[in-house]
Ligand binder design. Structure first.
Ligand code: NAD
Length: 250
């Protein structure tokens, strides 16, 4: 562990444009399960694909039921050591940006400014109509969902399906966020993957792109990934343990 911390510190010292790329693993110590670890969300509920959400009312009811159940279970989660370390590294000018696949809002909560944060898979804290783009707060959805006994509300303006502002499997990626992530990646000389199984594409393409463009690649992940062989450093220690000290230093 000490070796990993020292090596990471050295790589950060020598980097001019370090970028962090985070997945669900950075939030597990905050009590939010990831997808693919044993007992993770994947083993409990298979995600609802985008086309099923759009075409089946029952799928929308189920998606919102799960969303509010998650809110009950994890709504009070606070940033962990990994989030705090990244916020600290950013404010100290040692990190250029954070690209996240997470939708839990914990990078913002730890103080990473929006200008340095790319949320590739959207944000679960509000909803939009898929037809007309009208924005709804979760409280608006929840009131109607509960009043109707568990039926997903449709858009008050156009009747279209209302979906949390996150990207589902099969849904188009947000263009602006993809472009911002690509720019950060191209400029990176150090690219640090933190808590991602690296199996969800196109997101998982960024570490590969960074490596191809000449960046050093670091992978902090409990389980092996397909990219370990091309990484310059791999640590399987707990993310919070590795990054913890960076939360306390400049
Ligand atoms: P994933 O579940 O596929 O992979 C997480 C990886 O993190 C696993 O390989 C696991 O071994 C590792 N890990 C978990 N806890 C760790 C710890 N404390 N220390 C070290 N390693 C740890 O997650 P993914 O690659 O991010 O892909 C899943 C998709 O689902 C993403 O789009 C993600 O945003 C979404 N998701 C998000 C959340 C969230 O917002 N917190 C939670 C679950 C899933």
């Amino acid at each position: 562990l000490k070796g990993a911390q020292a090596r990471l510190g050295e790589l950060l010292d020598n980097a001019r444009h370090a970028v962090a790329f985070t997945g669900a693993g950075i939030s597990t110590e905050c009590g939010i399960p990831d997808f693919r670890s044993p007992g993770g969300l994947w083993s409990q509920n298979k995600p609802i694909p985008y086309d099923v959400f759009v075409s089946h009312k029952a799928a929308r009811n189920e998606a919102w039921r799960r969303r509010f159940a998650m809110e009950e279970a994890f709504g009070g989660a606070q940033p962990g050591r990994g989030h705090r370390a990244l916020a600290r590294l950013l404010s100290a000018g040692r990190l250029a940006g954070v690209i996240t696949q997470n939708i839990d809002g914990l990078h913002q909560a730890s103080g990473v400014p929006d200008a340095h944060l790319v949320e590739l898979h959207g944000n679960g804290t509000y909803a939009t109509c898929l037809e007309c783009g009208q924005r709804y707060e979760l409280s608006w959805v929840r009131e109607r969902f509960e009043a109707a006994g568990g039926l997903a509300p449709d858009c008050a303006a156009c009747g279209g399906p209302v979906k949390s502002a996150t990207i589902s499997f099969g849904q188009a990626m947000p263009e602006r966020e993809m472009a911002r992530a690509a720019a950060l990646t191209r400029a990176a000389d150090l690219f640090i993957v933190i808590g991602s199984s690296l199996v969800v594409f196109p997101a998982a393409g960024f570490p590969l792109e960074a490596k191809r463009a000449g960046a050093k690649l670091v992978i902090l992940n409990r389980e092996p990934t397909d990219f370990d062989d091309i990484a310059d450093m791999v640590s399987r220690s707990e993310i919070g343990d590795v990054l913890g000290p960076f939360a306390d230093q400049a």
